[in-house]
Design a protein around this ligand. Structure first.
Ligand SMILES: [Zn+2]
Length: 280
């Protein structure tokens, strides 16, 4: 937990899934990344489902909702994701605002839950956070609707369609504040409309990097995941925002780091970005 100005930020990890290390580190040789995030016998690395709760002026804002619980036995095995894991460990009724940095299944899979099924009737899909207003980018939703061959598999309507239909999810057209101290900032690279989330109070900042910098090991601008749609843009945006994070002493949260909850970024004498200070 960290406190910045009037805000309190807490990590709420929805679990850990294991994903191919080569996919996570792209062109970076395994000899360099493996010491930082050791792979298992099938070359999978642990990817945490890091969600964060920002408490601001009596409101509780949840950033991301994990991967949820709708996974069959086969995919749970493939990801080493234990049964019953995937749900955000918070009181669902206590959340006022939910922010989805983008709509990939591992960031918004806990948005909804299945209600009681009526015999012969349609499955009922309910908001997992009953009193919350949900926010995502319209461009991201439009992209998800296209189900393109490269990344269509990352999207599942059940995670957001009923929320949009019920008017519970607001689709934003670009950068926007979702609460007085919390802003979504569109930061392309991983895909076109992914957002980083900035919480600011009294000159201090917490930055949730989402998949722009999925783990602390990705703090080098050129360490880009193979699944990023626009890797050169990722490099550009990382370099720019990491400079700002160093200069302004941001506390940072990584979407998938299994070990680091909060970190401040520094620079060594060769100009490389480093993880300087950590909090749990
Ligand atoms: Zn993603």
């Amino acid at each position: 937990m960290i406190e910045i100005g009037n805000l309190r930020v807490t990590l709420a990890r929805a679990g850990v899934y294991w994903w191919d290390g080569g996919a996570f580190f792209g062109v970076v040789p395994k000899t360099l990344w493996n010491p930082l995030l050791p792979a298992d016998e099938q070359n999978r690395v642990p990817a945490a489902l890091n969600c964060y709760v920002v408490e601001s002026g009596g409101q509780r804002i949840l950033i991301e909702t994990g991967c949820g619980e709708r996974h069959d036995v086969k995919s749970r095995e493939r990801m080493k994701l234990p049964e019953g894991s995937g749900r955000v460990p918070v009181d669902p009724g206590s959340i006022d605002i939910v922010v989805n940095s983008h709509l990939h299944w591992d960031h918004c899979g806990g948005n909804t839950v299945d209600g009681s099924k009526m015999v012969g009737g349609p499955d009922e899909v309910l908001p997992a956070f009953p009193k919350a207003r949900y926010f995502a980018q319209r461009g991201e939703w439009e992209h998800a609707q296209l189900r393109l061959s490269r990344d269509g598999v990352s999207y599942r309507d059940v995670n957001y369609a009923s929320l949009i239909a019920a008017g519970k999810m607001t689709l934003l057209d670009g950068d926007a504040s979702v609460a007085p101290d919390v802003e979504m900032v569109v930061t392309p690279g991983h895909n076109r409309d992914m957002c980083v989330v900035l919480a600011r109070s009294k000159g201090e900042t917490f930055c949730f990097w989402s998949d722009l910098i999925p783990t602390a090991a990705h703090v080098h601008p050129t360490w880009v995941a193979a699944f990023d749609l626009y890797p050169l843009t990722t490099i550009e945006n990382k370099a720019r925002l990491l400079e700002q994070a160093v200069r302004d002493g941001w506390w940072c949260g990584f979407a998938h780091d299994p070990n680091v909850a909060f970190a401040r970024i520094g620079k060594d004498n060769k100009g490389r970005f480093t993880i300087d200070e950590q909090a749990s």
